[in-house]
Write a protein that binds this ligand. Structure first.
Ligand code: NCD
Ligand code: ZN
Length: 372
């Protein structure tokens, strides 16, 4: 796998050429992305811009991106870090804090560069300390979002220490999401990085305007991947650790079935979450998988294994745009399949100072994005 720019051919319907083993789709969107700031931002941004036209950029900075003004300033910082000749259109998420007010919701709705408001339950994940501990206190803001159609992007996990790490999404559905839906039947909700069968069932069956993003790593790996050495045997694999944590095989299968079903409620969101190698490979390693450069190849592998390559274009390039009300992207991207397994490409790692952000999944797919 190499980390290359997409070709700039005219837009076209997904084409899967079996003889040549290529797949051309519309230029895709990443509906869930962490870009960070400063040197880290500069190091990881080109990988996303090389493959994705737009991304919903997460607001879990310190301090959090909690106002429209700050979101637009962060967006300008991202665009300033974009290498010359690349195009990328960041759509910002605002961090839901207890300080958010309904008038700011309307301001966000009037701003096409703001995609929605992100709910982080306090202490559920990286930089979530400013998150909401009692959703009841956000009710006026949620009602304003429901009225004007601004989506709520949900990190769907409870953070109570007595709840088992593998049950946090399921319990969140029961305790938070189902009652939230009942209180706000018209609220547009995205269950971000869904990881469980129960989450999939909720999204599929919910009568309201609900969708979910799905990561490439949750489609390809179950929780054993955190505990098995490359080639077999025991080993602790910090680069496979993210939140929500990888789940059992039955959940992975449910995610794969949903992603490849053609249902427009399910769409691509990498949750690419860069951390320095020394922060991942540590006695207390950070949660988050850096997949911006590898995700499309990993999704292609997952869709191919499910016999559904013809549905990758909808999942990657149409469903999120339809949910967010964005125009389809111009341009296309071609994936090429190598015979056998693609070689590991060290240049997928992003260099930051004297350390690197190690890409997860380089060499784990026979597919690669074709260079321009
Ligand atoms: C994300 C991060 O590092 O910002 N980590 C992760 O494991 N996915 C935060 C998040 O999306 O939960
Ligand atoms: Zn995330």
């Amino acid at each position: 796998m190499t980390c290359s720019r997409p070709s700039r051919r005219p837009p076209q319907a997904p084409v899967h050429n079996r003889a040549m083993q290529t797949l051309t789709i519309r230029r895709p969107d990443d509906a869930h992305l962490h870009l960070r700031e400063g040197a880290m931002l500069a190091a990881v941004l080109p990988a996303s811009a090389a493959h994705f036209a737009r991304a919903v950029v997460m607001p879990n900075l310190r301090p959090p991106v909690a106002t429209v003004e700050r979101a637009l300033a962060y967006r300008r910082e991202i665009l300033a870090a974009l290498p010359a000749g690349m195009s990328f259109d960041p759509r910002m998420a605002l961090y839901l804090t207890e300080a958010l007010v309904p008038s700011e919701v309307q301001r966000a709705r009037d701003c096409p560069q703001v995609a929605g408001v992100k709910l982080y339950p306090a202490r559920a994940t990286t930089n979530s300390e400013a998150g909401v501990s009692d959703l009841g206190r956000a009710d006026a803001v949620l009602a304003a979002m429901e009225r004007c159609g601004l989506p709520l992007l949900v990190h769907g996990e409870v953070a109570r220490p007595e709840v088992d790490a593998f049950d946090r999404e399921r319990i969140f559905l029961e305790e938070v999401l189902v009652p939230l839906r009942a209180r706000h039947p018209g609220l547009r909700i995205v269950l971000e990085h869904v990881t469980t069968r129960e989450g999939i069932e909720f999204v599929r069956g919910d009568p309201g305007p609900t969708a979910a993003s799905i990561t490439a790593h949750h489609l390809l790996w179950n929780r054993n991947a955190m505990f098995v050495a490359p080639g077999g045997g025991a080993g602790l694999r910090p680069h496979h650790y993210c939140l929500p944590v990888l789940k059992r095989e039955e959940h992975r299968r449910a995610l794969l079935a949903a992603a490849t079903s053609g249902n427009p409620r399910f769409f691509l969101g990498t949750d690419s979450a860069p951390h320095l190698r020394r922060d991942k490979e540590s006695a207390c390693g950070c949660a988050g998988c850096y997949t911006a450069p590898t995700a499309l190849a990993l999704y292609a592998r997952a869709f191919e294994e499910a016999g559904a390559l013809d549905r990758l274009g909808g999942f990657a390039a149409a469903h999120a745009a339809a949910f967010y009300g964005w125009d389809p992207n111009p341009g296309s991207l071609t994936l090429v399949r190598r015979a056998g397994n693609a070689p590991v490409a060290q240049d997928c790692d992003a260099r930051v100072g004297d350390d690197v952000v190690a890409a997860l999944g380089a060499g784990d797919s026979p597919w690669e994005v074709q260079s321009a």
